[in-house]
Design a protein around this ligand. Structure first.
Ligand code: C5P
Length: 278
């Protein structure tokens, strides 16, 4: 069985406050995008979960969310599953694109089908929430407003397919660090943090404040992107380090990509994507 695990971007992310369990209360608009990892799931004669990946920098044990998802599925259903999982990694990690969370959700959805367990979406979403805050969003496979710590998912229809250029520097950002620094971080004068309004909603991210303070190049990138005539809006996704430019048209992606490389160097990763339902 072959599955696609799409990445996401956060079009908006508001932090409403810190909770007593250490997490932060959120209201975030997340959308799946056309960049995706590929997973191959195959039943085996033996028992247990075998996992391999084409990216040797990723752990293959239960530190990997995809492995954790398979183990949780087996525990919850009580099925003595034998399965081999192969992951073709296309989504960069430490990037704010939800790659690991999406892989985990795809494993839950895939095993449910492969072993005919007939778990409904709300049960799968409950299992997903035990793996990570973003995983339930990926079980729903739709644009959604996510609340709570991210696990309360209200699917919605985004009226437009948005053309985006993803831009990521060579470093990543650790999500716990970004949240931890949020309450004490300050805005950098001259950097635009305010909401950018569009017909479908607004671009806004509360985590830009702590991340820009540490990684000034991301603040500089956003300010610069907003000055380019191909760009209708610009924002960091999740806790970074990926930012995206909302393009005035998909045909402008290549020109902007070229300018990004000239201004910020070849070590910046870029990818043209569109928002999608999958
Ligand atoms: O849920 P997940 O494991 O993806 O979260 C990673 C870390 O990000 C958490 O341990 C926490 O430090 C932080 N976080 C948070 N509030 C959220 C989501 C994540 O503080 N709503």
């Amino acid at each position: 069985m072959e599955l696609l695990a799409p990445a996401k971007v956060n079009l908006s992310l508001k932090i409403l406050g810190k909770r007593s369990d250490g997490f932060h209360e959120l209201e975030t608009l997340m959308v799946p995008i056309s960049l995706a990892d590929k997973l191959v799931l195959a039943k085996t004669e033996g028992h247990g979960v075998g996992f391999s990946c084409d990216d040797s920098s990723l752990p293959c044990d239960s530190r990997n969310l995809a492995v954790r998802a398979a183990e949780l599925f087996a525990r919850h259903t009580g099925l003595d599953i034998g399965v081999r999982i192969f992951l073709e990694k296309r989504i960069p990690h430490g990037a704010g694109l939800g790659g690991g969370s999406s892989d985990a959700a795809a494993v839950l959805l895939g095993l449910n089908q492969l072993f005919e367990a007939a778990l409904d979406i709300s049960t799968l979403a409950e299992l997903a929430a035990q793996i990570g805050s973003d995983v339930p969003f990926f079980v729903h496979r739709s644009a959604a407003i996510c609340r709570g710590r991210g696990e309360v998912v209200a699917p919605m229809v985004l009226p437009e397919k948005l053309p985006l250029l993803l831009i990521k520097p060579s470093f990543g950002v650790a999500t716990p660090w970004a949240y931890q620094r949020w309450s004490t971080s300050l805005e950098i004068p001259g950097v635009p943090y305010g909401p950018q309004k569009f017909g479908w909603g607004e671009l806004f991210n509360d985590l830009e404040r702590p991340v820009f303070e540490k990684h000034f190049v991301l603040a500089d990138l956003k300010r610069w992107l907003l000055e380019q005539n191909e760009v209708a809006g610009a924002l960091m996704s999740g806790s970074g380090s990926t930012s995206f430019a909302l393009l005035k048209g998909g045909d402008l992606a290549e020109a902007l990509e070229h300018k990004v490389r000239q201004r910020f160097g070849d070590d910046f990763w870029t990818a043209y994507v569109v928002t999608t339902l999958f």
